[in-house]
Design a protein around this ligand. Sequence first.
Ligand code: ATP
Ligand code: MG
Length: 462
Amino acid sequence: MKSEQFLGCHSEWNLGSPGGWDYQRMAQVIGRFSWERIKKAAGIDIELDFDHTVLNPLAPFAEMLLRAHKKRFGKEKPFIVLVAEEETLDKVGENIHFIEHINKLPGVEGRLVGPSSLELKDGNVCVEGKKATLIFMDFNNNVLLKMGEKYDIAPLMAAIRNGLVVNPRGMEPIGAKGVFEAITGEYKDLMSETTFKRTPWTRQFYKRRTDGPGGEDIPDLVKWAKDNWQNVILKPVHGYSGKGIIIGFKEADIDKSVKRALDAGDYIIQPLIPTKIWAEEFPWIDKEKGHLFIKRWQTDFRCFVTDRGIIGFVTRFGGIPTNVGCGGGVQPTAILRSRIPVKDAIRILNDAIIGLGYDYISSLQDEIDKLSIEIGNVYLLGPLMSTLRPRLITPLHVKQIKEYGENLWRDAMKLEELWLAGKLSKYTQISDEEAGVAKMAPWRGSIALIAADGLFGFGGSL
Ligand SMILES: Nc1ncnc2c1ncn2[C@@H]1O[C@H](COP(=O)(O)OP(=O)(O)OP(=O)(O)O)[C@@H](O)[C@H]1O
Ligand SMILES: [Mg+2]
């Protein structure tokens, strides 16, 4: 087979509180279930692997936290505390499942609490009198500071300062979307080849002169955005869950959209990563219309990187933006073990599923939905949507992503050094107060989790 590199770029990095580790575990349960049925019913002779560790990031995520615990406390019994916003405690299945997983590990205890449940006792950060040995925070520094208006956050601040919080809060500034301007501009020579190649040209969005994606002179970036409107995207520097994203080709009123971004004052601009690259066709069922057909979906491939390299993926699908909060879902992914091109395997799977007919797939979908609810793969009120076939990647792609991830980790460390030296502040747009929190706990490459969201094509692009 040809050893072609996968296509596409990452749209962002998340170094603050990256999530999604448990949604992929559930997507794999569903994917394995559907595949066993479909493979048997359609008699498909293709070998798919749903069990590779990179497809199950929950366990290595927990292992990463335990390693961080061990580094601080050696053989002391771990008490891992996941701190999430109070109002989400009984709503976010992922957090609940994570603590269930932690509590099943021999000799390990875990708790999910809101920040108001933390207390300081004899200099230790405790929950109900028990010393927390490690904390994972499920929200960003600005949310933390806002919480301070409502609750006593002194215990959590002490935990940050004492190095109990993984990820250290000093990582967050590097995840600001404006940092991509440094990667594709001022500091590009410091970056590895894979990081530079996978980072879309990015500029903070205001009326300015700058150099363009091909190094060309852009005398007025705002005018340039309007002239290239069909192929650009505007995003808030600290956006999340797809919130506030302006997709050029979807917004007819250019002036109004540009004004919205300029008025907000904290937007970046990127070229639209060609949607064909990160789109794939999947069989889809529309029960209201009684229709089984092929549907084009966009995909989003989150790569989790730690000090030990890539530990796993979260693979989403949906529209643009491709976020669960914007109507997307999490899909199963499998490693294609048969030595045929991804494109051929996709065609065989799609044809086979369509060939099984509406009635068969409709009842399979009912079973999938039932299973989803049983395992808690729900978002708000219903089952989280999934695809009837998995996304496919090859062992070679996994190898390529591993190299990409290792480089990304090293480059993020270089960027932190720059930030600590005051050289990135113009790209990060964070308040002095938030910068203060970040400086309380520099990262410097210690054990932690980074997420890079890839708009990637693995041979199934359209
Ligand atoms: N440069 C781009 N080209 C094309 N689409 C993009 C680009 N950047 C973002 N998108 C679309 O917007 C979605 C969200 O982008 P991004 O990850 O940058 O934002 P976010 O709001 O931080 O999302 P989240 O926190 O949920 O991962 C992507 O999945 C993709 O659909
Ligand atoms: Mg993202």
